[in-house]
Design a protein around this ligand. Structure first.
Ligand SMILES: NC(=O)c1ccc[n+]([C@@H]2O[C@H](COP(=O)([O-])OP(=O)(O)OC[C@H]3O[C@@H](n4cnc5c(N)ncnc54)[C@H](O)[C@@H]3O)[C@@H](O)[C@H]2O)c1
Ligand SMILES: O=c1ccn([C@@H]2O[C@H](COP(=O)(O)OP(=O)(O)O[C@H]3O[C@H](CO)[C@@H](O)[C@H](O)[C@H]3O)[C@@H](O)[C@H]2O)c(=O)[nH]1
Length: 518
């Protein structure tokens, strides 16, 4: 039975984890219309529309940016209310369908719902700054600040405001200042409740989190707020897995956790280079090392490099915080995690080019997998972007297949400037010119037909069970496989006739004779 405690609290997520091409198409369309036609633009498949004529702006005091923002949000929220959710995440459909309309509502009427809520979770994006002070490192808190200002403006009752986004340590202090500046006597309690889910396993992580972390002020009000939020999680998370701390520990723990996870990957990737040079096998080394219970076996898979919207962004943020606090040595230490990751990606490209007689000019190279990991359509900071750009820089023709990523998304990723991807689509550059040497196909066999080489960049399960004999028969010879995710059966492919490179594994004689020197 639902407790009174739960009934009392209406939880509203200001923003949901989300990213999809459907939205992109909608925005491109609205930008074009806005500039060329200034017509009434139907934004959704239902009856909602926005009048784009000049009067829309003058009469209502709105500006182009507002309009673009809303023309992006409406179709997205419509998608959340439809049978086709705007993101791919295993298990998400079931959860949404079970709760939608009961205790889960998707709405564009943000102000109304925030005004009514007792607890507001803010999970807006916190991208890396692209310009100004701290550009390329510091977190851009524009979206957080605007959310906080809106909460301050519309609130008429006391609220708990929860930092769900990953933010720099001490952000809560700044948010408190915004909220209380004009608070009309309203009491705001800020809590830090960082999110630890990983994409692809988000639902499993939601139901069975290793821990839930809640940080708050060490005042009676702060402690009461912590208990309130704790009681919400206690409905499905064992009490011993709910950790409570002060605000700054919670904020910093999130950055620290991601830095530690990414550091493990960079450590094993650094080892992979040494394994290739010495004849050791990185998987055997990782297994042996991970058997030590003090180290543990997880997150020791060597790869073409880590991707995703979080690791790089959060480590850069950590580096910036260290620098700001006069700790250059600590900053330098964490910077190395990113440097090794960049090294791993360029090392992979160099290996491909060097193995193929030092040139890939006009050669067709099949890219299997573009998402940053399997079971997601997310491409943010995917290593595939750097690998494809590297190969294109050497004039290759790439043919890309990913079961969840659209052509529009791939073309966008290959043309956007670094970090622009993490800003709302209406703030990104207009329709970038498509890269001509890139073909996006919807089948691995089509991608590999006539190709000189295959690069496996995402560990989709289906790549393990492809008919590699058929693929080999349809490729140019010698036929190469560069496995950036250790998904193929090395020996089997070598028997078929492929020259195979797998990160950190003993090299074929062919590869040994073709050293990759930048
Ligand atoms: N993606 C993940 O798996 C993950 C996991 C843990 C933590 N995080 C953190 O959560 C935050 C969000 O990540 P994401 O991947 O969901 O980002 P996202 O860009 O996919 O989603 C953020 C959403 O916030 C919306 N938004 C921006 N400003 C807003 C405002 N003022 N009012 C209402 N909505 C607004 C955007 O339109 C967007 O839809 C980041 O800080 C990230 O580091 C993400
Ligand atoms: O042994 C490994 C494990 C992961 N990866 C790669 O690392 C990246 C990140 O993977 P993962 O951490 O599983 O996915 P994310 O969704 O980015 O989740 C991370 O980032 C989230 C956002 O902050 C956190 O909430 C999660 O706890 C944290 O795992 C991907 O490219 C993976 O392929 C490896 O190369 N080797």
């Amino acid at each position: 039975m639902e407790s009174n405690q739960t009934k009392k609290h209406r939880l509203y997520l200001l923003a949901l984890l989300g990213f999809n091409a459907f939205v992109h198409v909608g925005v491109e369309k609205s930008k074009t219309l806005l500039e060329k036609e200034k017509q009434t633009l139907p934004l959704t498949s239902d009856s909602r529309s926005i009048d784009l004529r000049d009067s829309w702006f003058t009469e209502t005091n709105r500006n182009v940016e507002d309009l673009l923002h809303w023309s992006w949000i409406f179709p997205r929220i419509t998608a959340w209310n439809s049978d086709t959710l705007p993101i791919y995440e295993p298990g998400l459909d079931d959860v949404v369908k079970q709760c939608r309309g009961k205790n889960l509502f998707f709405s564009t009427d943000v102000e109304k719902h925030v005004c009514e809520a007792d607890i507001v979770f803010v999970s807006v994006n916190t991208p890396t700054k692209t310009r100004g002070l701290g550009a390329g490192k510091a977190a851009d808190l524009t979206y957080w600040e605007s959310a906080a200002r809106m909460i301050a403006d519309v609130s008429k009752s006391d609220k708990i405001v929860v930092e769900k986004s990953t933010v720099p340590v001490k952000t809560a202090e700044a948010i408190e200042k915004i909220l209380t500046h004009n608070s009309k006597g309203i009491n705001f309690q800020i809590l830090s409740n960082p999110e630890f889910l990983a994409e692809g396993t988000a639902i499993q992580d939601l139901f069975h989190p290793d821990r839930v972390l809640i940080g708050g002020r060490e005042t009676p009000g702060g402690q009461k707020a912590i208990q309130t939020l704790k009681s919400v999680y206690a409905h499905w998370v064992p009490e011993e897995n709910i950790i409570t701390t002060n605000l700054w520990s919670a904020e910093l723990s999130k950055l620290a956790a991601n830095a530690f996870l990414a550091q493990r990957i960079s450590s094993v990737n650094a080892m992979s280079a040494l394994c290739e040079a010495t004849g050791a096998n990185v998987y055997q080394v990782a297994y042996a090392v991970g058997k030590d219970t003090r180290i543990g076996p997880k997150f020791l898979n060597a790869s073409v490099g880590f991707g995703g919207s979080c690791f790089q962004k959060d480590i850069l943020n950590l580096v910036y915080i260290c620098e700001c606090n006069g700790l250059p040595e600590v900053a330098e230490y964490w910077k190395q995690v990113i440097k090794i990751n960049d090294y791993q990606k360029s090392r992979f490209v160099n290996r491909v080019v060097a193995s193929m007689f030092n040139t890939v000019s006009n050669k067709k190279i099949a890219i299997l997998g573009f998402a940053f990991k399997k079971d997601t359509g997310d491409t943010r900071e995917t290593p595939a972007i750097d690998v494809c750009k590297g190969l294109l820089g050497d004039k290759a023709c790439v043919s890309i297949y990913d079961p969840q990523v659209t052509e529009d998304q791939i073309q966008r990723d290959l043309t956007l400037n670094k970090f622009d991807w993490d800003h709302p689509i209406h703030l990104q550059p207009m329709s970038p010119t498509a890269v001509k040497q890139v073909a996006v196909v919807w089948d691995a066999y089509e991608a590999t037909k006539g190709a000189h080489a295959i690069c496996i960049l995402t560990e989709w399960d289906e790549f393990k069970s492809l008919d590699y004999q058929r693929i080999y028969d349809n490729m140019q010879k010698p036929a190469f496989v560069f496995d950036g995710r250790n998904v193929v059966d090395l020996e089997k492919l070598r028997e078929i006739g492929f020259i195979v490179y797998s990160i950190g594994k003993p090299l074929d004689a062919w590869l040994k004779d073709m050293p990759a020197i930048a």
